[in-house]
Design a binder for this molecule. Structure first.
Ligand SMILES: [Zn+2]
Ligand SMILES: [Zn+2]
Ligand SMILES: [Zn+2]
Ligand SMILES: [Zn+2]
Length: 275
């Protein structure tokens, strides 16, 4: 296969054919009757095409680099001193320049060790004591896809954490009543709510004043959600039982309370006391 892809001549078969194939006869495309072999052949064709496109792109890039180098348009990375094309360079807000290779390493390290603040504001990696940041817009221009994805995820998580912690700080300092309600939360308008099981968070519209934020049922303070549900179910069972007893009793009353039937008086007395 490797020989086929690289257009090298195939190695000679171990045994010479007794009837050699005619020279110049093409064995490509529809001429191949075996379905599997046809698929393989199609794959080789597409692979060769992709390869040639890649190599022409590389050649064009090399030409572009050469042109830029001659025109003095290359920029130097502050970290590894490599000359790079302008589109391969990241700059901090005051213009310190770094190549994407160095910045990728730097971002990877910061993601590994830094807390949410470090992720929210990636400082300039310059050794000149620069206090500016590397803006996310710059990083999005050319960070490797995988690294960029994890950076974006961390950035989102960090901003949610920041928003949640600032909201919590604000609500606990503003009113003591909301903090005493604990897990049930307060009912200020448009509050940021986070899913208790994952990082998903969204700003909830204001709910009716007296509803539970967790189960969205009518407020059931001081019971927990599960306790409240249990109580509700029990009440329902009790209700059902009471209704069925009442039905049975009125049924008994109607059946027995006929003027001609002796004992109706006694039954009425039993049910309602002295009439
Ligand atoms: Zn560099
Ligand atoms: Zn800087
Ligand atoms: Zn969730
Ligand atoms: Zn609840």
């Amino acid at each position: 296969m490797g020989e086929l892809l690289a257009r090298r001549p195939l190695p000679k078969p171990l045994k010479a054919l007794t009837r050699p194939r005619p020279k110049g006869g093409s064995r490509t495309g529809k001429a191949i009757s075996c379905r599997k072999l046809r698929a393989e052949s199609a794959f080789v064709e597409s692979w060769r095409e992709k390869e040639s496109q890649d190599s022409s792109r590389k050649a064009a890039l090399a030409l572009h680099r050469q042109h830029c180098a001659q025109a003095g348009l290359m920029l130097e990375c502050e970290c590894c001193y490599a000359e790079e094309l302008e589109e391969q360079i990241v700059q901090c807000t005051v213009g310190h320049l770094f190549c994407f290779a160095c910045v990728s390493t730097y971002v990877g390290t910061r993601l590994g060790e830094g807390g949410p603040e470090a992720v929210l504001r990636l400082g300039c990696p310059s050794t000149s004591g620069c206090t500016e940041a590397l803006p996310p817009s710059q990083l999005r221009r050319g960070l490797p896809e995988k690294l960029l994805k994890s950076y974006e995820a961390r950035l989102e998580k960090a901003s949610i954490e920041l928003a949640l912690s600032s909201e919590n700080a604000a609500s606990s300092s503003s009113s003591s009543s909301s903090s005493s309600r604990g897990a049930l939360g307060d009912s200020s308008n448009g509050r940021l709510e986070q899913c208790p099981f994952c990082d998903f968070a969204m700003v909830m519209d204001a709910l009716p004043e007296e509803s539970c934020r967790l189960c969205k049922e009518i407020s059931h303070i001081p019971l927990r959600c599960d306790e409240a549900k249990e109580k509700l179910d029990k009440d329902k069972v009790k209700d059902d039982y009471r209704v069925s007893v009442e039905e049975k009793m009125s049924e008994a009353l109607i059946r027995e309370c006929r003027p001609c039937k002796p004992g109706s008086q006694r039954l009425a007395y039993f049910l309602f006391g002295d009439l």
